[in-house]
Design a protein around this ligand. Structure first.
Ligand SMILES: [Fe+2]
Length: 197
């Protein structure tokens, strides 16, 4: 076995992973309550189709075929994502869980692309390095967006829990805490659906 063989094997694994994602991401888009989250997963679905195309181009350059491998790691991560969807927790908890599942996917892909870029660079395959770097950048920006959205949802969930607790402490005060104002202004698909009815 040569380094080039390892590169081809790893690229096949990524090709399988990306193809599995193209099928799985629409389910996460549908299941996300938060409009921004749903839109950013949708955007990344479009990028993911581009990742498949780049890998095809890379295999053509390597005069090899991307077939014959099933990425079991991605299969497991997608399975976990399906479980999250099936649990169907209400917002923001369901969305926080979706972000957890999607972030695991991005980190897994980032690890994979980081390794193949290193190998392609060592083999002097500069065109392939360029293509892979474009994909890696998109994976990293998807990861960053998920992280940011996750932080916002987690914070608002924590503030809401605090507000509920202090309401229980002072039932007669009637004051509205900033956290509960924020919570009622939060836009979710459910809220949008309600107002359009
Ligand atoms: Fe990707």
């Amino acid at each position: 076995m040569s380094l080039r063989d390892v590169l081809v094997e790893e690229l096949k694994d990524l090709y399988s992973a990306e193809n599995q994602l193209v099928k799985a991401l629409p389910k996460l888009v549908k299941a996300s309550e938060d409009e921004e989250l749903s839109a950013s997963i949708q955007d990344h679905l479009e990028e993911t189709k581009g990742h498949v195309e780049r890998l095809k181009e890379i295999f053509a350059q390597l005069q090899s075929k991307p077939t014959g491998k099933q990425c079991k790691g991605m299969e497991g991560l997608i399975e976990e994502g399906k479980e999250v969807i099936e649990e169907g927790e209400e917002a923001p908890f369901g969305d926080i869980m979706i972000i957890g599942a999607a972030s695991r996917v991005e980190h897994y892909e980032i690890a994979g692309y980081t390794a193949v870029i290193e190998m392609a660079r060592a083999l002097g395959e500069d065109d392939i390095v360029d293509l892979l770097n474009q994909t890696l950048e998109e994976e990293e920006s998807a990861r960053d967006k998920l992280k940011e959205k996750g932080q916002a949802l987690i914070q608002s969930a924590a503030q809401e829990a605090d507000a509920e607790e202090s309401e229980e402490d002072e039932p007669a005060s009637g004051r509205k805490s900033p956290a509960s104002v924020g919570a009622s202004q939060r836009s979710t698909k459910k809220a949008a659906n309600r107002s359009s009815r």
